[in-house]
Design a binder for this molecule. Structure first.
Ligand code: PLP
Length: 358
């Protein structure tokens, strides 16, 4: 077998080994069709079955009732920064909580789209190292947008704001399928697949029926959520192979892991191993405020920034890769999404101990 590294990349990121092995085994002959999924028509029965299965698995895992539609789009989470205000503003102001770079980008796009955009909470003055505790709920808002997990600073909303009748919209790119939550307050959820769901190239959008009624008729076809909803994401050619791998990952969460509750427990255990070690010594320093710490992205600093290069080189030599912090903030970051095993996190902690001692 090929020599595999332990991959702490923030996205695209590690995929479950069994998923990669299945994709490999079906690469030349997908379900007896004599060809790869890469070569299969998106209108073929066997691809449609994959698409339907992915949708059903998402609905079961998240406990979505029939008022929700599951859509697959392209353009990444970044395209959703624009599509959300274009589709859902309905002539009202749109509210955002700013918890970091991705939220800032979402706010920027809402403004470019000409929407009255209000920032109703922010932790910018604390360099986004925590989730803001004070946010203003405006009953006249079209929606309240949050970013459930700040991939760059390593913070996460532990519970979601109660906005009353105002629907929540969330960018869940870096923590979807990592934990259970009540979907009912959400009018729309979006996530680039490339962290917890599958490979890059596909974006998951979960939209409630009442939100679909807001879609303006005069938007270009490909920018309307209703186009994807009315055509089961098959208005044009979808990213078939990415959707196929997502289906395998969803199957792995449901059938190998045993569902979201179990996934959440494993993620909590993994994060505790790393955070407990960081808290137990004074060489490494965690950068997120403890009450806002993300179980997906663990951010930390060394006593001196000059040591980072040495740390990263030593880690790479030990087969641990992807630990460099985001280019905008520096430091170190271990992304420990669903597919990262407890063993991998323990190996990282062992390396950190060894490096600190040296
Ligand atoms: C929370 C969050 N939102 C949005 C994005 C951007 O996603 P994409 O590259 O799919 O546009 C990222 C990428 O890392 C992210 O972490």
């Amino acid at each position: 077998m090929a020599q595999r590294v332990i991959n702490f990349n923030p996205g695209p990121s590690a995929l479950p080994l069994s998923v990669l092995e299945q994709a490999k085994s079906e690469m030349l002959d997908f379900q007896g069709s004599g060809m790869s999924v890469l070569e299969t028509s998106h209108r073929a029965k066997n691809f449609e079955a994959v698409l339907d299965s992915a949708i059903q698995r998402i609905k079961r895992l998240l406990g979505l009732d029939d008022s929700y539609q599951v859509l697959f789009l392209q353009g990444g989470a970044s395209m959703q920064f624009a599509m959300v205000p274009m589709n859902l503003a309905a002539g009202k102001p749109v509210d955002y909580v700013n918890t970091g770079i991705w939220a800032t980008k979402a706010i920027k796009e809402a403004r470019i789209c000409g929407k009255q955009t209000r920032v109703v909470g922010s932790s910018e003055d604390a360099k986004f190292t925590h989730i803001p505790e004070k946010i203003t709920i405006n009953p006249d808002a079209a929606y309240l947008h949050i970013t459930s997990n700040n991939t760059i600073r390593g913070t996460q909303w532990k519970s979601f704001p109660d906005a009353g009748a105002v629907p929540l919209v969330s960018d869940m790119s870096s923590d979807i399928f990592s934990r259970r939550f009540d979907p009912r307050p959400f009018g729309l959820i979006y996530a680039g697949a490339q962290k917890n769901l599958g490979p890059a190239g596909v974006t998951l959008v979960i939209i409630r029926e009442d939100m679909l009624k807001r879609v303006p008729q005069d938007l270009p076809t490909m920018f309307k959520y209703s186009t994807y909803a009315e055509n089961r994401s098959l208005y044009n050619t979808p990213p078939c192979f990415s959707i196929y791998v997502c289906e395998l990952v969803l199957k792995w969460i449901e059938e190998t892991i045993g569902g979201l509750d179990r996934m959440e427990k494993i993620n909590e255990e993994k994060a505790a191993i790393l955070y407990n070690y960081i808290d137990s010594q004074d060489f490494y320093r965690g950068t997120a405020r403890p009450d806002s710490r993300s179980p997906m992205n663990v951010t930390f600093l060394l006593p001196e920034a000059e040591l980072e290069k040495e740390f990263l080189a030593g880690a790479a030599q030990a087969g641990l890769i992807g630990l460099k912090g985001h280019r905008s903030v520096g430091g170190l970051r271990a992304s420990i999404y669903n597919a990262t095993t407890t063993e991998s996190v323990k190996t990282l902690v062992d390396f950190m101990k060894h490096f600190a001692k040296r």
